[in-house]
Ligand binder design. Structure first.
Ligand code: NAD
Length: 477
C-alpha cells in the first residue's frame, strides 16, 4: 500500500495540518491501493499564502527564464514517465499501454507545445507604429487555483500548470481525489526542476473541502477548472463573491455526423473513439448521427466493432479498455443503460451488467444503442462510459440541427468526402472544436468549449492567454 500523505507547499513536502486519511481505490480490483490525506482550511491557506508571496518575483522573472523552467520540467517529466503511467493505471483504470502511449505522452505534448508557443509570444510590445508611446503588456493574472479531474489527469495538470507558470502566475493545484498519485509525482517533478519555492503548490482534497476553499479564497485571483458542468456551476457561484476570473473546461455530448459519402472506416473510427479511455473523455463522440441511406449498414458495423472491443484489467498490457473509475460511475452508467432500454432505444451491443468473467472491478460492457431519439436521456446526458447512441438523420440541415440540440458545445465531428459540405458543417456546428474525417487537433490548437461545455481555451498560445491580463500603458518613453 502506497502512503503519500504530505502536500507540497512553498518548495517543501509538509504534513497535513489535521490527519484526514483517504483511500484511493484501484478500479480494476476494487481494493484500496494508496492512502493520501485530504487537506483542511489551514493547508489551503498555507498554499495560497506561499503562492501569493512568490507572485511578485515570479511575475517579474523574464519570460525567457520562465520558458527555461518549463524546459527543465519537460526533461524531468520524461524521466518519470513510467512512474506516472503506473500510477494512472492504478488509480483511474486506464490500461497500462494506454497510460504510457496516450495519458502520459499527452503531457509531454502539451509541455513541448507551450514552450514553442511561448518562444513566439509577445509578452510586451508597442501598440503599433501609429502609437509609439502606447505599450501593451501581457501580465500574469496572479495566484491561480487549478482544479483538475481524474479522466486524463496528466493531460489536465500539464495544460494548466505549464501555461500558468509561463504566463508568470503562481498556483495551487488541487487534483481529483480519485487520481492524486500522479499529481504527487508531478510535484516531485516540479521539485526536481528547481522551480522557485511557492510558484507551484499542491494540496490534495475533495471538492467540498479544498476545492471550495480555493474557489472562495480572497487571495486567489483566478480559478482554472476542468470537470463536470455540475461542479462548474458551483465554482462559478463560489467565485462570484470575490469576482475571480473563472476559466471552465466542462462536459460534452459530441455529435459525429456521418454522411452517406463518408469514407469506409468512418463508423469503425467513431465507435473506437467513443470507447477510448472507457468512454471517459469530455470530447468523446457519443452521439453518432448517421445519414439514413447508410444507416442500417452503419448500425451493423458499429455493433460488430463494439463487440470486438475487449475489456480487462488496467494492469495487463494490450489494447483493451479498462474499468470505469469508481463505483458511483459504474452504477450511474448501469442506470443510464437501463434507461436507454426503458425509453425504447434498440440495444445492439453490450447492455447492463459486467462483461463475462469480470466479476470484480468496475467493468462495463461496450454498449451501442440504435434508433436513438435525441430527446432520450442517453442522448442528452453525459454518460462518461463506453456507451454509444446512434441517431438517424436525413438532410445536412437535419443533421446539424440534431447535433446542435444539446446544452453542450465541446467537440463535434464530421465525416464526408464532400469538402464544401465539410466546411459548411464546421461553420454551422456550435462547438469549440470540429474534427473532420479523422483529423485530430494539431500541436498548438486551442482546446475548449461553448455553451455548457465552458469558456476556457487550453493548449498553445490560447492556453497561455487564459492566464494573462492585458495592460495598456500610454505615455511610455
Ligand atoms: P468533477 O466535476 O466531479 O470533479 C472535477 C474536480 O473538481 C475534482 O478535482 C473535484 O474534487 C473538484 N470539485 C468538485 N466539486 C467541486 C466544488 N464544488 N468546488 C471546487 N472543486 C470541486 O468531475 P470529474 O468526475 O472529476 O471529471 C469528469 C468530468 O470532467 C466530466 O464531466 C468531463 O466531461 C469533464 N472534463 C472536461 C474536460 C474539458 O476539457 N472540457 C476535460 C476532461 C474532463
Amino acid at each position: 500500500m502506497i502512503e503519500k500523505r504530505q502536500f507540497y507547499i512553498n518548495g517543501r513536502w509538509v504534513d497535513p495540518s489535521v490527519p484526514n486519511d483517504h483511500n484511493v481505490i484501484d478500479p480494476s480490483t476494487e481494493e484500496p491501493c494508496a492512502i493520501i490525506s485530504l487537506g483542511h482550511q489551514a493547508d489551503t491557506d498555507a498554499a495560497v499564502a506561499a503562492a501569493k508571496a512568490a507572485f511578485p518575483a515570479w511575475m517579474a522573472t523574464p519570460p525567457a527564464e520562465r520558458i527555461a523552467a518549463a524546459e527543465r520540467i519537460l526533461k524531468a517529466y520524461e524521466t518519470r514517465a513510467e512512474d506516472m503511467a503506473q500510477a494512472i493505471s492504478m488509480e483511474m483504470g486506464a490500461p497500462i499501454d494506454m497510460s504510457r502511449q496516450q495519458q502520459v505522452t499527452s503531457g509531454t505534448w502539451h509541455i513541448s507545445n507551450f514552450i514553442k508557443a511561448a518562444r513566439a509570444y509577445e509578452f510586451d510590445a508597442p501598440l503599433g507604429d501609429h502609437a509609439p508611446n502606447d505599450r501593451i503588456i501581457h501580465e500574469a493574472v496572479g495566484v491561480c487555483a487549478l482544479i483538475t479531474p481524474w479522466n486524463w489527469p496528466m493531460n489536465q495538470v500539464t495544460l494548466k500548470v505549464i501555461a500558468a507558470m509561463i504566463a508568470g502566475c503562481t498556483m495551487v493545484l488541487k487534483p481529483s481525489e480519485e487520481s492524486p498519485l500522479n499529481a504527487i509525482i508531478f510535484a516531485e517533478i516540479m521539485d526536481a526542476a528547481d522551480i522557485p519555492a511557492g510558484v507551484f503548490n499542491l494540496v490534495n482534497g475533495d471538492g467540498a473541502g479544498v476545492g471550495s476553499q480555493l474557489t472562495s479564497h480572497p487571495d486567489v485571483d483566478m480559478v482554472s477548472f476542468t470537470g463536470s458542468s455540475r461542479a462548474g456551476k458551483l465554482i462559478s457561484k463560489a467565485a462570484a463573491d470575490t469576482l475571480k476570473r473563472v476559466s471552465l473546461e466542462l462536459g460534452g455530448k459530441g455529435a459525429n455526423l456521418i454522411f452517406a459519402d463518408a469514407d469506409e472506416k468512418a463508423v469503425k473510427r467513431g465507435v473506437l473513439h467513443c470507447m477510448n479511455n472507457t468512454g471517459q473523455s469530455c470530447n468523446a463522440p457519443t452521439r453518432m448521427l448517421v445519414q439514413r441511406d447508410i444507416y442500417d449498414q452503419a448500425v451493423e458495423t458499429a455493433a460488430e466493432v463494439a463487440k470486438s472491443v475487449t475489456v480487462g484489467s488496467a494492469h495487463e498490457e494490450g489494447r483493451h479498455v479498462g474499468p470505469v473509475v469508481n463505483e458511483v460511475q459504474f452504477n450511474k452508467i448501469q442506470d443510464l443503460i437501463q434507461k436507454g432500454i426503458d425509453e425504447g432505444a434498440r440495444l445492439v451491443a453490450g447492455g447492463v451488467g459486467r462483461p463475462d468473467g469480470l466479476n470484480r472491478g468496475f467493468y462495463v460492457k461496450p454498449t451501442v444503442f440504435a434508433d436513438v431519439n435525441n430527446d432520450m436521456t442517453i442522448a442528452r446526458e453525459e454518460i462518461f462510459g463506453p456507451v454509444l447512441s446512434i441517431i438517424p438523420f436525413d438532410t445536412e440541415e437535419d443533421g446539424i440541427a440534431i447535433a446542435n440540440d444539446t446544452p453542450y458545445g465541446l467537440t463535434n465531428y464530421v465525416q464526408t468526402q464532400d469538402p464544401a459540405r465539410a466546411n459548411r458543417c464546421a461553420r454551422a456546428l456550435r462547438s469549440g472544436m470540429v474534427e473532420m474525417n479523422g483529423k485530430s487537433r494539431s500541436a498548438g490548437s486551442p482546446f475548449g468549449g461553448m455553451k455548457q461545455s465552458g469558456n476556457g481555451r487550453e493548449g498553445g498560445t490560447w492556453g497561455i492567454e487564459d492566464f494573462i491580463e492585458v495592460k495598456a500603458v500610454s505615455g511610455w518613453t
